[in-house]
Design a protein around this ligand. Structure first.
Ligand SMILES: NC(=O)c1ccc[n+]([C@@H]2O[C@H](COP(=O)([O-])OP(=O)(O)OC[C@H]3O[C@@H](n4cnc5c(N)ncnc54)[C@H](OP(=O)(O)O)[C@@H]3O)[C@@H](O)[C@H]2O)c1
Length: 342
């Protein structure tokens, strides 16, 4: 499908970590952006921080995705394409199915059905899925194995939603079953738009959304910051792969703009494996204060090794994106937190 006539894009999750970078990337290219948010205040703060885009950026408040049908007609008015980023991403849950899985799936169903209504001009939907819907954490892959966008996490809905399962497991299920709901919708309903799904692993980097204090930092960056803050022992990386949020925003926008991306699923990941030990080494090397605050209770100076590969190169090649180094990401993020958030 050609997306050459796209002028106004709806970005859900626009006041979150990844969504705000997507908003900035679109604005910098001259697109008009309607961001959905649960918080009018965060929308106002985003707008106030971007006075040069006053006439290109607007926000709509969308109620919680646990209710179907939250994207009413006025939200979709004049929208040519959608980047659906929003989904619950936190592990501090009391009811995994209600707080993680159902909102993720209902959010996808809501935005897809609103975009497929008669009269809709939506040409393409880009969905932020996750490497969580790709990786099988319970099996050790054979030596030399590389995950690609053809792989699916075998986790069942029943296990993900089981009250005895951890919130991490439930989050993995929320991403898998939300993404599957999107592919099923397109297959069964044959809407006028096509779908692209993106499966990034851990996402790190400086923030572009309102973060009033370090306690309000998004989940993935919070773990990275805990290293700078002296957590001991260092966390273990759940997956050895990562991507910078600014590169991931570029992946989203290229996935929206490249006609040939339609109908595809992409793994978006840097080729460089990471570990929190590697992050600790970088912080100590680049910031004098970190020599005291970052723990020494680990084996320093080891390059991270990964027990499997993650094919981020197909996305890089087909979408024309390059990946930053882990060092640049860590330095830019830590500097920003130290100088503007603490
Ligand atoms: N960060 C990572 O490492 C990572 C890795 C792979 C995939 N992802 C995916 O990337 C997306 C964004 O994550 P993020 O890292 O940017 O996290 P984030 O900062 O927590 O953003 C999540 C966004 O989703 C919105 N949201 C959450 N629950 C919602 C609900 N019930 N109803 C309506 N909106 C809801 C939030 O809205 P408000 O702004 O209004 O609170 C927020 O904008 C998610 O789909 C996540 O699964 C993240």
């Amino acid at each position: 499908m050609s997306t050459q006539t796209v002028s106004r894009v709806l970005v859900t999750g626009s006041t979150g970590f990844i969504g705000a970078h997507v908003v900035d990337n679109l604005l910098a290219r001259g697109y008009s952006v309607r961001g959905s948010t649960r918080s009018a205040k965060k929308g106002e703060q985003m707008k106030a921080a971007r006075p040069q885009y006053a006439d290109k950026l607007e926000f709509v408040v969308i109620e919680d995705f646990t209710k179907i049908g939250v994207f009413d007609d006025s939200v979709m008015d004049g929208i040519d394409a959608v980047i659906h980023v929003a989904s619950p991403f936190f592990y501090d849950t009391t009811n995994n199915e209600q707080e993680l899985i159902i909102p993720a799936i209902n959010g996808v169903k809501s935005i897809l059905s609103a975009s497929a209504k008669p009269g809709s001009k939506v040409q393409r939907m880009v969905l932020t899925s996750s490497f969580a819907s790709v990786v099988d954490v319970n099996t050790t892959p054979p030596p030399g194995f590389t995950y690609t966008a053809a792989d699916w996490n075998p986790l069942t809905y029943e296990v993900a939603a089981d009250p005895k399962s951890t919130s991490v497991e439930a989050y993995r299920g929320s991403k898998k079953y939300a993404e599957l709901a999107a592919w099923d919708f397109v297959k069964n309903e044959k809407p006028q738009f096509d779908l692209v799904t993106l499966c990034p692993p851990m996402v790190f980097g400086p923030v572009a959304h309102p973060v009033p204090d370090i306690k309000s930092m998004n989940e993935s960056n919070s773990v990275l910051w805990s290293v700078a803050d002296g957590v001991d022992p260092l966390p273990g990386a759940r997956v050895p792969a990562w991507i910078d949020a600014r590169d991931l925003a570029e992946v989203h926008v290229q996935a929206l703009l490249k006609p040939e991306a339609g109908g595809k699923r992409f793994l978006a990941a840097s080729p460089e494996p990471f570990s929190y030990e590697y992050a600790a080494d970088i912080m100590k090397e680049k910031f004098d204060w970190a020599k005291d605050s970052v723990t020494s209770n680990y084996v320093a100076g080891q390059k991270p090794s990964a027990s499997y590969g993650v094919d981020g190169q197909t996305a890089a090649r087909e979408l024309g994106v390059t990946y930053r180094s882990f060092q640049d990401t860590v330095v830019d993020f830590v500097k920003q937190v130290k100088e503007t958030i603490l």
